[in-house]
Design a protein around this ligand. Structure first.
Ligand SMILES: Cc1cc2nc3c(=O)[nH]c(=O)nc-3n(C[C@H](O)[C@H](O)[C@H](O)COP(=O)(O)O)c2cc1C
Length: 217
């Protein structure tokens, strides 16, 4: 594709937009509606969210994880507690999460702080995973240098042997994070780049109630 073709690559969205009169007081209720619509629309991995982290030196990085549950208190994902992202989050618990539901001309951007999920929560989720994924969690020294794929495969067979005939326990270095949101923005593409943006911000001076405002696109 040449530069001209690339520059011409754009969609003029035709959606009718977000009716502010229908926006609920709690953004998680609206997220719930949009999340179902994303799943019903057949978007591949609608729970895929891009999370950005920064360490104390403001080294930024981002990656996709799978959001595995959400409720009024926030959003959960699971990972390796020794990974690069976890190292960042230990030093700086601020996180920014993005659901890019491009097929629906929508995105949801969430900012918040993380805390580790309870061990009961992690255990419950870990047990629900396929055995091969459980073994994979043991075998992967996530974000560390890997000298060759055969070493990873060798580690997988070592852990298969170690746990043969029994349940795979949760590795102590693996678990959930809970994102406690302080800002949630809903973006809907509209015609001529006059998109809708509605932002909920938590007002800590008002018992944590949500304040809703719209922004220029
Ligand atoms: C669709 C998709 C889903 C993913 N889900 C997870 C996940 O739930 N947890 C996880 O630790 N990594 C997940 N990954 C891998 C991460 O993007 C990333 O490579 C890994 O967590 C290491 O990131 P880090 O080195 O920044 O810590 C996923 C990747 C993709 C593309």
């Amino acid at each position: 594709m040449n530069q001209e073709q690339l520059e011409a690559l754009r969609n003029d969205y035709s959606e009718s937009g977000i009716d502010p009169d229908t926006l609920p007081a709690d953004p998680v209720d609206f997220f719930d509606i949009w999340f179902r619509q994303a799943a019903d629309a057949g978007i591949s991995e609608p729970n895929g969210m891009v999370i950005a982290t920064a360490d104390q030196l403001e080294n930024l990085s981002q990656r996709t994880v799978l959001m595995k549950s959400f409720d009024q208190h926030g959003f959960f994902f699971y990972t390796n507690y020794a990974s690069r992202k976890a190292t960042h989050l230990q030093r700086n618990p601020t996180v920014s999460c993005l659901f890019p539901w491009l097929a629906l001309h929508r995105q949801v951007a969430i900012t918040g702080t993380v805390s580790r999920a309870s061990s009961a929560n992690t255990e419950r989720y870990f047990k629900s995973r396929p055995r091969a994924s459980q073994i994979g969690a043991w075998a992967s020294r996530q974000s560390e240098r890997l000298e060759g794929r055969h070493i990873l495969e060798q580690r997988v067979s070592e852990f298969e042997d170690r746990f043969k005939g029994g349940d795979v326990p949760v590795p102590e270095f693996w678990g959930g994070y809970h994102v406690n949101p302080s800002r949630i923005e809903f973006w809907q593409g509209r015609t001529s780049r006059l998109h809708d943006r509605y932002v909920y911000t938590r007002d800590e001076n008002d018992s944590g109630n949500w304040v809703l405002e719209s922004l220029y696109p």
